[in-house]
Design a binder for this molecule. Sequence first.
Ligand SMILES: Nc1ncnc2c1ncn2[C@@H]1O[C@H](COP(=O)(O)OP(=O)(O)OP(=O)(O)O)[C@@H](O)[C@H]1O
Ligand SMILES: [Mg+2]
Length: 443
Amino acid sequence: MTGSTPASGADAPADGPVFTVDGLWKVFGPKAHRVPADPALAALPAGELRARTGCTAAVRDVSFEVRKGEVFVVMGLSGSGKSTLVRCLTRLIEPTAGAIAIDGEDVRAMDRARLRALRRHRAAMVFQHFGLLPHRTVLDNVAHGLEIQGMGRAERRERAAGLVAKVGLAGLEHRRPGRLSGGQRQRVGLARALAVDPEVLLFDEPFSALDPLIRRDMQEEVVRLHREEGRTMVFITHDLREALKLGDRIALMRDGRVVQLGTPEEIVGSPADDYVRAFVRDVPREQVLTVRTAMRAPADAAETGHGPALRPEATVSEAIEAVARAGTPARVMDGPRCLGIVDAPALLDVIAGTVRPTEGTPPSADGAPAGTVRAGEAADLPGEADLSGEAAGIPGEAGIPGEAPGLPGEAGIPGEADLSSEAAGLPGAPDRPREADRPEGAV
Ligand SMILES: Nc1ncnc2c1ncn2[C@@H]1O[C@H](COP(=O)(O)OP(=O)(O)OP(=O)(O)O)[C@@H](O)[C@H]1O
Ligand SMILES: [Mg+2]
């Protein structure tokens, strides 16, 4: 769902990545630094590492880029390291090893003032439990970040009023959070994050406390905002459907590692290992995979001139409808060029999973490659995950005590001040699938 307009906010280079993360580690526990530094320790499964060192490697050697204007989803079961990873991006949690840059600037080298500016202006966080100031009105909650920035009262209230309307809360400006529904509160959290016009929005499972209908509303709200503004977003979820709906790309985490990084179509169509395969098994493939995965080369010139025309991004589900309605195969068209043909048997094969989508994708009629999976992405992945051994080692400790102290003078920023209570509820929450569960339990 890459937006059409450029992200607003920072003085970033036009097309470089927003975040660049390279070899990032976060290890909790005594003498944490020795874990990434020692290949023998670094290679230990979670349970053994804990038994031998008392340490938990929440993020293990993770590398990725967040591209400008994309929605980058971090997905994984409870305890897989999602929150830790995203909090490391702005050093709400201090990384143990590795490099992080925002617009090319080294985040790990930032001094306090620079870090504060990063969190206030460039990367705003939306939390699961809202983190609103209970004694302030909706309007003042939204204006709060602007107040901290030093904006005058009239100006900030005007700007806040615009954002309150933007997230669909016009008329509720003077309510206190206690008199709002969960969905409304989360909209306030969203408006508050947007108020500072950050270059990137970081969402830590913002909708998981909401009931399904309100959750869907909020997802649509995010899609709409992204479409309108093209703002870069990093979105954590343990819900595969949410990830598929929102993500331009998804990083799937397990035990602190990214086991696959790719588009929804790549993750569903070409799972990197059995773990990912189990994760995506129940996804309706026809709604995620595109016609590119089902098309073949035209049999002859006549075929390129007949049949309904589909865009290369059309889903298999849309193609089924077109083919059924026309009673003939459909053409996949890139403007005037016919890239290939999709017919009923090939579409059924995709649904049945009887062909691997990356295999058998033909060259297009004019010889251009028509494959869907970008080769480089899957090549970086580790091999088959050991489902049995690692899952056993997940510790049950909750919270991130002491890790996000906030900088001096930062206590007034709701997101940061709320971090410890926010974290405390998460890893052990009873209704959440845990890493030790079977993956399909999460979907
Ligand atoms: N302060 C801490 N001390 C020790 N271990 C921690 C700390 N914070 C997190 N962990 C551990 O690090 C791992 C990753 O935790 P994290 O909160 O990042 O997971 P998560 O994927 O966000 O989970 P959830 O979906 O439940 O929010 C877990 O094993 C967790 O118990
Ligand atoms: Mg979390």
